[in-house]
Write a protein that binds this ligand. Structure first.
Ligand code: NAI
Ligand code: MG
Length: 332
């Protein structure tokens, strides 16, 4: 029995969450859902986008599923607050080609692990009329834990190589520290190969030779940019899941937002949310079930009959999820 905190959010967040929970309900695992609120509708009801109650409930569960929220300029970001409050220091974004999905490459399977708490997004900025600066904070502690996390992740998932992406030739002190710590941690994982690449060269290699990557670890801003580049290499937003992991908590969310343009129409692709739930199942060590759900989704994608409009089909969000369940249950 797992206690799952469910934050559906706004717009298509609610629709894709409904689809993913429908799939989870058909597994041989007991989930106890605790539905709680964040986002713009929550703001309208409670005056805050992310009530303390929601944060506490996320702390109490075994894992949190997050749909998507509409962020209104000037409002506090629910997801950034959750990442901070739960100290979810690692952002994991798989770059994986799925059959039946139009993408630039059909043979990619690598993972980007982004440091989620500091770097250029530390939020320390100053401005005068003439000059504005942002402080790029790289600490030993945060660098050690993200590099260690990357090697442990590689080990656990049978991946043979970890690449650190940096710009230590220019950012000598900050990225020099990050790269040195990477190699210090690497010494404890002698069976995993290592590589380091400059971020500009890596950005090009993502386009020209992405097959060379296996696990990538990088600082906050570089990871933000490269992970969207990665999503662009394979199916795009409807297919891209993510995980935010800390020492004690895991939060799983599709990369896409609330897509107001398609909200309420029940046509959003549920794959990114279902694959986020697959990442959650792996986090909960339900490895076999995770593999089964992913394979069932792959069958639906290959068949291409019961898929949403963005994939060239005419199925609704929930119909596509139900087809995943049919495949899981071997009905078709
Ligand atoms: P978005 O990701 O919501 O949508 C961009 C476009 O991608 C949509 O117009 C739609 O055509 C397509 N798309 C997204 N998800 C899809 C799916 N599951 N199936 C099929 N097509 C899909 O980004 P946008 O429009 O920039 O932002 C909308 C709202 O979402 C904003 O308020 C934004 O702040 C918020 N947002 C929230 C995020 C979160 O909750 N983590 C992340 C990104 C944006
Ligand atoms: Mg981003």
């Amino acid at each position: 029995m797992f206690d799952i905190t469910v934050i559906s959010g706004d717009g298509i967040g609610k629709e894709v969450m409904g689809a993913a929970l429908h799939v989870l309900d058909h597994l041989n695992i007991d989930f106890n859902y605790n539905f709680t609120n964040a986002g713009n509708e929550c703001f309208k009801k409670t005056g805050t986008t992310i009530p303390d109650k929601t944060i506490n409930e996320a702390r109490e569960g075994d894992a949190t599923l997050f749909g998507a929220v509409t962020t209104v300029p000037g409002q506090k970001s629910a997801i950034i607050t959750l990442r901070k409050e739960l100290d979810l220091f690692a952002n994991i974004r798989p770059v994986k080609s799925y059959p039946g999905v139009k993408s630039l490459y059909d043979d990619l399977d690598f993972v980007i692990i982004r440091e989620n708490t500091e770097g250029l997004y530390s939020g320390i900025e100053e401005a005068t009329e003439e000059r504005a600066t942002a402080l790029r904070v790289i600490t030993r502690e945060a660098s050690e834990r993200i590099c260690k996390f990357a090697f442990q992740y590689a080990k656990k998932t049978d991946r043979g190589k970890v690449t650190v992406i940096h710009k230590a030739n220019v950012l000598k002190k900050t990225d020099g520290l990050f790269r040195n710590i990477f190699y210090k941690i690497a010494a404890d994982f002698s069976d995993i190969r290592t590589e380091d690449r400059y971020v500009d060269a890596a950005a090009m290699l993502f386009i020209t030779k992405p097959q060379i990557f296996d696990v990538v670890v990088t600082t906050n801003l570089f990871g933000d940019i490269l992970s969207d580049e990665g999503a662009g290499l394979v199916g795009g937003l409807g297919l891209t899941p993510s995980a935010n992991i800390g020492e004690n908590y895991g939060l799983f969310e599709p990369v896409h937002g609330s897509a107001p343009d398609m909200a309420g129409k029940n046509i959003a692709n549920p794959s990114a949310m279902i694959l986020s739930a697959v990442m959650m199942l792996n986090y909960l060590k339900e490895y076999e079930t995770a593999r089964n759900v992913e394979n069932a989704l792959i069958q639906v994608l290959i068949e291409g009959k019961t898929v949403t409009p963005d994939l060239g089909g005419s199925a609704s969000t929930i119909e596509m999820a139900k087809e995943v369940i049919n495949k899981l249950e071997g009905k078709l």
